[in-house]
Design a protein around this ligand. Structure first.
Ligand SMILES: Nc1ncnc2c1ncn2[C@@H]1O[C@H](COP(=O)(O)OP(=O)(O)OP(=O)(O)O)[C@@H](O)[C@H]1O
Length: 317
């Protein structure tokens, strides 16, 4: 294969991946149902879905920790769990486990020895998660955000092509979340490919390049975050609103106009915003507000699944 072909090859390819758990006296529980995914080199790929959707099970299959009952998965062309796949992959899954009485540095040395990685990798890994100065402090003294970042540092010890992070911001306060987002984007900036799971729409929207939306084990959408938002809309408040709607609908370039609760949502190229305003004024309509609004991932999720994005009354979404 040429080097260009290697660079183009997907880092993760998943086709028809399925995991059914047998249950005594009941039909099997299909945790992951015929999932197709492609993760390209250098992107941050988000796996978005409510609790219990099957995200962790899928990630565990990518790491060779859970055996699929159907379909295929590959990491850089290798079977998950194979030596070649493991060498190319670093992961933080279901919370990092470290020894509380050891320092961050000492903990990473333990992980490095266990993983057969040279101890010289510990310092750069700490550095890349912003913990270089706290490396000598005991793990027990770390904030939750620091603990999570040490988990990412452990995943980076091998300097892997692929970094898999299961709910990396789970439980973090807003400052910790922000640090983790910056860290993840930085990983992609340094050439790593990142696959992460999240049940937080806003987070995925901010960090990821592409997203798979998963619901009840099925991928209901795989696309770029940009495409998923579907471009921006113009929000217009004007009275009388029905005259405003008809005026805007008659304009060239307007793709769609919807009137909801007295507010118009207009799909129109950004360059034509001024045309909308002047047409309304020309029609004698009183305009009180014209602004651009991004379509949120939350709206997309509702459209796709017919339900809210977080199950079980989760904290924020
Ligand atoms: N070892 C197992 N045995 C039986 N059922 C399991 C097992 N692991 C997961 N499941 C079930 O599979 C489904 C998907 O679980 P999974 O943990 O993959 O979801 P998730 O999207 O990661 O959600 P969460 O964020 O809550 O972990 C759930 O219904 C879960 O109860």
């Amino acid at each position: 294969m040429t080097s260009a072909a290697v660079a183009d090859r997907a880092v993760v390819e998943v086709r028809g991946l399925t995991k059914a758990y047998r249950r005594r006296g009941s039909p099997p529980l299909v945790a992951v149902d015929r999932v197709d995914l492609t993760v390209r080199r250098g992107e941050v790929y988000g796996f978005l879905g409510p609790n219990g959707a099957g995200k962790t099970t899928t990630l565990r299959m990518l790491l060779g920790l859970v055996r699929p009952t159907g379909g295929t998965a590959s990491v850089l062309g290798n079977a998950p769990g194979s030596r070649a796949a493991l060498e190319a992959t670093g992961a933080m899954i279901e919370g990092p486990a470290f020894l509380p009485y050891l320092s961050g540095t000492a903990n990473l040395r333990v992980v490095a020895r266990y993983a057969g990685v040279d101890a010289s990798r510990v310092a750069p890994a700490l550095e890349s998660v912003g913990l270089a100065e706290r490396g000598d402090d005991r793990y027990a003294s770390y904030s939750l955000g620091m603990k999570q970042r040490l988990g990412v540092a452990a995943a980076l010890l091998k300097d892997p092509v692929l970094v898999v992070l299961d709910e990396p911001t789970n439980g973090l306060d807003p400052a910790g979340m922000r640090e983790m987002r910056t860290l993840v984007r930085g990983l992609a900036g340094r050439g790593h490919t990142v696959v992460l799971s999240s049940h937080l729409l806003g987070e995925v929207q901010e960090i990821c390049d592409r997203v798979a939306v998963i619901d009840h084990g099925r991928v209901v959408l795989e696309s770029s975050v940009e495409e998923m938002r579907g471009g921006s809309e113009l929000v217009v408040r004007a009275t009388p609103s029905d005259v405003a709607r008809d005026t805007v609908a008659a304009l060239r370039g307007v793709e769609d106009v919807r009137l909801r609760d007295g507010v118009l949502a207009v799909r129109v190229p950004e360059a034509q915003t001024a045309d909308v305003t002047s047409a309304l004024v020309g029609a004698g309509v009183a305009v009180t507000e014209v602004r651009r609004s991004e379509r949120q991932l939350e709206d997309v999720f509702l459209e796709l699944t017919g339900g809210p994005a977080t199950g079980g009354g989760d904290r924020d979404a």
